[in-house]
Design a protein around this ligand. Structure first.
Ligand code: CTP
Length: 398
């Protein structure tokens, strides 16, 4: 979501400056073009060459001698789609709050017109000092974004608030800051992962769903300002930050959770791969192998089609999206499911291939809408597919 964005990374002189190297690496990996501006004090902790090599851009440390252009700091400030200071010392925060511009970093940041994320990091007593808090309040009132520090053991051996959050989390917050909150005020109900239907205490029927697609949709929706409830079958994924998680195992449990939450939802996206049938009997004791028995038959009974049920209950104000997992005749089956389950939109993907489907990190989907619209989405990361699905939904909602 920040691919091809120009990001300005400010580094000030705190021990956590080493983490900004990792942040730079993650920003580059996400496809951003990064310019770094450092204070003199920051150079006591990390060398400019490290930032120069990793960013593949000149680093600004001095307004007078570093770069070819005498207005390089203005160039990088106006180029920036977003800016971050990590770590931000008490001194830097005070100068920003007062609009001081007495070094390369503060001068450059004064010229930034795009969103700015400030990540304070310092000793707990310094951080809690009223003057620092007052300056942070001023920055917030001015529209800058503040990322609260983590609590933990600090370099000075004290325990408390002041640690710079992990680089992946800072990247997450930069991404959230730069992406429009176009789902603000919308409540999304999303299901993900497989269901498990018990045969006996040790065996179950399930499928290969990893939950990645549904979790990607939930994470993207939250980043775009949506209020997200995620009903998830058993998966090995951490719940996306800010998302309300309801963990379930069986189709029955998923149905109950989804139907309970349904009245509060504006957009329902059913990504889960639900077992269509469950064993008629769930044996209380483990089924033992019978000597001489070479075949066994398991009687199954139909599960509720949750999506179909929601399609019957939904109001005209609710937008309902299904996913279709197909191995053949994708378009025919997807359109039939959309019709049969009264969906507004269906996202169809071929499963069974290596680069799309259940276990893969990428997906290749076709999106069909009730009004006849069609979108062929080429192979890409599931996280990006998630945004395209949300874009398409918003397109329909006007
Ligand atoms: N679905 C559901 N409840 C079920 C089965 C499926 O809610 N018992 C939903 C899935 O979450 C998905 C959509 O229906 O959004 C399509 O699921 P899929 O497994 O592709 O299709 P089925 O309707 O089960 O049909 P088939 O298995 O015959 O392809």
């Amino acid at each position: 979501m920040i691919k091809d964005n120009h990001i300005l990374l400010g580094v000030t002189g705190g021990i956590a400056a080493y983490k900004s190297v990792e942040l730079l690496r993650l920003l580059k990996k996400a496809g951003a073009d990064v310019h770094v501006v450092m204070t003199e004090a920051a150079r006591h902790f990390v060398g400019r060459t490290t930032f120069e090599v990793l960013s593949e851009n000149p680093v600004i440390t001095d307004l007078w001698k570093d770069t070819g252009s005498s207005v390089a700091h203005i160039d990088v400030a106006s180029l920036a789609d977003g800016a971050v200071i990590a770590p931000a010392t008490a001194n830097c925060i005070a100068k920003l709050a007062q609009g001081l511009a007495d070094d390369a970093l503060t001068t450059t940041f004064l010229a930034v017109t795009s969103p700015i994320l400030v990540c304070p990091s310092m000793n707990t007593d310094m951080y809690q000092n009223l003057r620092v808090q007052r300056n942070l309040d001023l920055l917030e009132q001015d529209g800058l974004h503040i990322l609260d520090p983590d609590e933990g053991v600090l370099a000075c051996k004290t325990v408390g608030a002041g640690r710079l959050p992990e680089p992946w989390f800072i990247l997450d917050r930069i991404t959230a800051m730069l992406n429009p909150k176009d789902l603000k005020g919308k409540r999304l109900l999303i299901s993900a992962g497989p269901t498990r239907e018990a045969i006996d205490p040790v065996r179950y029927i399930s499928n290969h769903s990893s939950g990645r697609m549904g979790y990607a949709v939930a994470a993207a929706a939250e980043k775009r300002g949506g209020e997200v409830t995620l009903v998830s079958g058993p998966v090995d994924l951490a719940p996306p930050p800010g998302v309300g998680l309801i963990s379930v195992e069986t189709c029955d449990q998923m149905a109950r959770a989804m139907l309970d939450e349904l009245p509060r939802a504006d957009i329902i996206i059913k990504v889960a791969a639900v077992a269509d049938y469950r064993p008629v009997h769930q044996e209380e004791l483990k089924i033992k192998k019978t000597v001489g028995q070479t075949q066994m038959t398991l009687s199954m009974t139909e599960n509720t089609d949750i999506l179909k049920k929601i399609g019957e209950l939904k109001t005209d104000q609710q937008f309902l999206v299904g996913f279709a997992a197909e191995t053949h005749d994708l378009e025919v089956h997807a359109r039939m499911k959309m019709e049969k389950k009264n969906l507004d939109m269906i996202v169809a993907n071929m499963v069974g291939g290596e680069d799309s489907g259940f276990q893969s990190r990428t997906n290749k989907v076709k999106i069909f809408s009730k009004d006849g619209n069609f979108r062929d989405v080429p192979l890409m990361e599931k996280t990006k597919v998630a945004d395209i699905v949300l874009d398409t939904i918003l397109g329909h909602l006007g």
